[in-house]
Write a protein that binds this ligand. Structure first.
Ligand code: GLT
Ligand code: MN
Ligand code: MN
Length: 387
């Protein structure tokens, strides 16, 4: 029987805001006591996580004095160390404070944009002090309820300007952050800019430092929009831009649920793990999720262990799928090669001429077998644990 204990090589991490989530929702008060960053580190140490992540103000309350800040940072470093936790990722909270009610980098107000950049570079200083290597940009308030309120082209330009500033700062300070953009279609705004991972993949090449920037896709965010998350991640991998990933789960079309990884759509979770494992993804795997509102802290531990355990189990299923003779025969059968491929691999006028003359019988080709029912059933049986 394989061990499903969290493997440090998988770089499983949790944000302070995830296991520390006290169960508040838009309709109800918190159901759990707030716990300190030290207690969170202890909890994560207990369940065997690899890393702990933070927003600036998850750790240092916004109105702290310099002295308080320094003490908090020192204590946090100590707790992380005592629990064997890396601190890989940091971010600035640019969504909770009322000043961000109409956005941060894309706000209509230049003073808000300046404050957002100021808060970001201070968060980068904080993260650098903690040894963070990934800086996440989630534009929680970058969007609109009504397009009467903002010019969407202007919003993109404002966003680019702020990001360029931040990237220059990263370079000038020698922080070496990988800057990762996280898309979301809506919530908390009615409509958010850069709604899907592909939106960021399109904007990155237009930045001053494209090589510094990549994406941090989150399962729930594409699923909220009814999209195939695996395909978005695949596009990021193919572009060399999958720097970081947020794993969780979500029923399609519902509100932002941030469920335990694999708890809602097991088949998609399987193919996501398969994608990450098959393509040698080596960055952190952050579980950006939180426990049900009914959970107490013992159950929050069960939630955190469950996220990692499900990943480890699915990883084993992937090995099983990849090593299954019948499955592999089917994979081979449905992926047909042909010498004709030489013609379409690279364009030349001669190849185009040859292609025009090629005897391609559409009826014959259409009659070739694609036993996808069998392949999918075998896949399901691997996932269901009978194969
Ligand atoms: C917030 C959001 C997440 C982002 C975090 C980083 S904060 O919890 O729902 O998707 O990854 O800012
Ligand atoms: Mn989310
Ligand atoms: Mn996230």
């Amino acid at each position: 029987m394989a061990s499903y204990d969290p493997d440090p090589k998988m770089k499983f991490s949790f944000g302070l805001w995830t296991v520390g989530n006290p169960g508040r929702d838009p309709f109800g008060l918190p159901t759990r006591e707030v716990i300190s960053p030290t207690e969170i580190c202890n909890l994560l140490g207990e369940v065997g996580a690899w890393g702990v992540n933070l927003h600036d103000t998850d750790l240092v309350p916004i109105d702290s004095t310099q002295q308080e800040r320094d003490r908090i940072v020192k204590d946090f470093k100590k707790s992380a160390k005592e629990n064997g936790l890396a601190i890989p990722m940091c971010s600035a909270n640019l969504f909770s404070e009322p000043i961000f009610k109409d956005g941060a980098y894309t706000s209509n107000n230049a003073r808000v944009r300046a404050y957002a950049v100021q808060k970001t570079i201070r968060a980068m200083d904080l993260g650098a002090e903690l040894g963070c290597k990934y800086y996440i940009c989630w534009g929680g308030r970058e969007g609109i309820e009504s397009d009467a309120t903002k010019d969407p082209v202007e919003a993109i330009k404002r966003f680019r300007e702020c990001i360029n500033f931040i990237c220059h700062y990263n370079k000038e300070q020698g922080y070496n952050y990988k800057v990762c953009f996280e898309a979301k279609p809506n919530e908390p705004r009615g409509h958010m800019y850069f709604a899907v991972t592909g939106s960021y993949l399109a904007v990155i090449p237009t930045l001053d430092f494209p090589e510094m920037c990549g994406v941090n896709p989150e399962v729930a965010h594409e699923h909220m929009a009814g999209l195939n998350f695996v395909h978005h991640v695949a596009q990021a991998i193919e572009a060399g831009k999958l720097f970081h990933i947020d794993l969780n789960d979500q029923e399609f079309g519902r509100y932002d649920q941030d469920f335990r990884f694999g708890s809602a759509n097991l088949k998609h979770a399987f193919f996501l793990v398969k994608l990450l494992q098959d393509h040698g993804y080596n960055g952190p795997r952050q579980f950006d999720a939180h426990a049900y509102r009914q959970a107490d802290y013992e159950d929050v531990e069960a939630f955190a262990s469950g996220c990692m355990r499900t990943y480890m189990i699915l990883k084993e299923k992937v090995d099983r799928w990849n090593g299954d003779k019948e499955i592999q025969q089917l994979v081979k059968l449905v992926n047909q090669s042909d010498p004709l491929e030489k013609l379409t691999k690279k364009f030349s006028a001669a190849n185009a001429q040859k292609l025009k003359q090629a005897p391609l019988d559409r009826h014959k080709i259409a009659s070739e077998r694609l036993p996808y029912e069998r392949l999918d059933q075998l896949t399901m049986e691997v996932i269901m644990g009978v194969r």
